[in-house]
Design a protein around this ligand. Structure first.
Ligand code: CU
Length: 151
């Protein structure tokens, strides 16, 4: 009987949902505003942006990314050095409890390399983010025009 209850509790823990647009009162990882610029016909790469809000009381860590729209997906961070914008691969990105972190132009982004096909404005495609605590979370990325999201 006790063992059965344990199993039920464990099942509940692992099945605990991560809401893409979570209720603020609910302890979760909130992922929102996922977008990417449309690409030219011959473009081989694209950057994906989104916001992460860690609504849990624990440190969270983004450890990996993947997408079936590209042969390679990796976490990048852009930074300026000697007046030149550079990009650097990140093994992981920590998100402190209650922290809001934006993946945005000039900073963190998911780099898609060797796109299977160009990104067309209006397209929506999934990208999977792997977190240490929350596990794999799929976000749906909206392809915008060249100037990005219009607020
Ligand atoms: Cu990049």
């Amino acid at each position: 009987m006790t063992k059965m209850l344990m199993t039920l509790l464990l099942t509940f823990c692992f099945a605990h949902p991560v809401f893409a647009h979570g209720n603020p009162a609910h302890e979760s990882l909130d992922l929102s505003n996922a977008w990417a610029r449309k690409t030219g016909r011959r473009s081989v790469s694209a950057a994906v942006y989104f916001d992460i809000h860690n609504q849990t009381h624990a440190q969270e860590t983004l450890t990996a990314v993947s997408s079936d729209r590209a042969a390679i997906a990796m976490i990048h961070r852009s930074f300026e050095q000697d007046d030149i914008m550079r990009m650097e691969m990140q093994d992981e990105v920590p998100i402190a409890p209650a922290e809001k972190l934006s993946f945005e132009p000039g900073s963190y982004h998911v780099m898609l390399i060797d796109l299977t096909e160009p990104l067309v404005e209006g397209d929506v495609f999934p990208v999977t983010l792997s977190f240490k605590n929350a596990g794999d979370v799929t976000i749906y990325v909206e392809v915008t025009g060249i100037s990005g999201p219009q607020n």
